[in-house]
Write a protein that binds this ligand. Structure first.
Ligand SMILES: [Fe+2]
Ligand SMILES: [Fe+2]
Length: 362
């Protein structure tokens, strides 16, 4: 979608990111993200205003004058229900990357237009100007339909929808029970209903996401930088934990070279660089310099994994082992959103989670 690449939207994305920052926090995610029920709350909540406003239009067009009070009441309740719906939408928005956020702000702008038109419609009805109220509600329906189209794109094509791995998998229990449907936003490794688990695809998808996070941290405004850093560190900790526990130790030597040990050494080097980064003020020049060094090291390391290590390793893993690895990657992606502490603390915690998940699946 062209909107995803439209950088003219970035100033709006940045400003709204700051204004709606509370919706990116853990408390808001816990309440409005829908983790407690297993999947995103937002798509379900949109049924309320859209359903109520559709009923308003039906009464306006076919209900006659006797239905006017009911139409007005439905419209008003729809407006009230728009508030929690919008709040849950911002929670989803904060879980996405920049291209998706660009579409999200247009989706939000169209919804604000719809809400304004419906509010004017309600006011006109209060003044007994039912004809004007009906016309304004129809215009509101047009804006809401356009917003709904973009919302459909975000949910269906980009898979923007929180999920909790603990709720996936029929007949199984515990976190990470079914990684195919777990975790992330727009990640090919976590598309529901994938046929065979594919380790290489899961790793490369996460590498792409890590590169994007590094770029975003580099370009983030002052207010967003600390949050972007935490997000990156939590995600990287989970990613490296899976690789260090389940992939590198299994890599066979190639021409006498211990490929897995080499990757582990690189990861230890990156961990040290990250620890140094955590000590620096996010606004300092030293932070920017350290970040570009890390970007370079991570990119080289990821390429080495993709080109030297994974093709041979993926062939060696049994289907059951591969399934556990893919499941662990997806579970880490979901858990990264709730992890906190320093990088080394998060890495240790993540490794513990991976070991527990792997032994539960054995
Ligand atoms: Fe790695
Ligand atoms: Fe990696």
């Amino acid at each position: 979608m062209a909107l995803e690449q439209d950088t003219r939207l970035d100033p709006v994305v940045d400003t709204l990111g700051r204004l709606t920052a509370p919706f990116g926090r853990q408390a808001a995610r816990a309440a409005l993200g829908g983790d407690w029920m297993g999947h995103a709350l937002h798509p379900s909540l949109t049924d309320l205003p859209l359903g109520l406003w559709t009923a308003t239009t039906v009464l306006d067009l076919f209900g006659g004058s006797a239905a006017r009070p009911a139409a007005q009441r439905l419209l008003g309740i729809g407006l009230l229900s728009a508030a929690p719906t919008a709040a849950s939408g911002w929670v989803e928005w904060h879980r996405t990357e920049r291209p998706v956020r660009r579409v999200g702000v247009v989706h939000a702008a169209l919804n604000v237009t719809a809400i304004s038109l419906y509010t004017s419609s309600w006011t006109a009805r209060r003044r007994d100007r039912h004809g004007v109220g009906t016309a304004l509600a129809l215009a509101g329906a047009g804006a809401a339909a356009a917003a709904g189209y973009l919302g459909g794109h975000l949910a269906s094509a980009r898979k923007v929808s929180s999920r909790h791995p603990a709720f996936d998998g029929a007949g199984r229990s515990g976190p990470g029970a079914d990684a195919d449907g777990a975790g992330g936003v727009g990640n090919p490794a976590t598309v529901p209903g994938r046929p065979a688990p594919d380790v290489l695809e899961a790793v490369t998808a996460q590498h792409a996401r890590i590169r994007l996070m590094l770029q975003e941290l580099g370009t983030a405004g002052t207010d967003d930088r600390a949050a972007a850093l935490r997000h990156l560190l939590a995600y990287l900790a989970g990613h490296e934990a899976v690789e260090e526990e389940l992939l590198h130790p299994r890599v066979p030597a190639v021409d006498g070279a211990d490929v897995g040990a080499e990757r582990l050494r690189e990861e230890a080097g990156v961990a040290l660089q990250l620890e140094r980064l955590e000590q620096l003020g996010v606004d300092s020049q030293a932070f920017r310099t350290q970040l570009s060094l890390i970007e370079e090291a991570v990119t080289r390391h990821a390429q080495a994994e993709e080109l030297e290590e994974l093709p041979g390793l993926a062939e060696q893993l049994s289907d059951a082992d591969a399934a556990v690895v893919v499941r662990a990657f997806a579970a880490q992606e979901a858990w990264a959103q709730t992890r906190s502490g320093s990088f080394s603390e998060m890495l240790e915690a993540a490794k513990g989670e991976v070991r527990r998940l792997a032994s539960a699946q054995a």
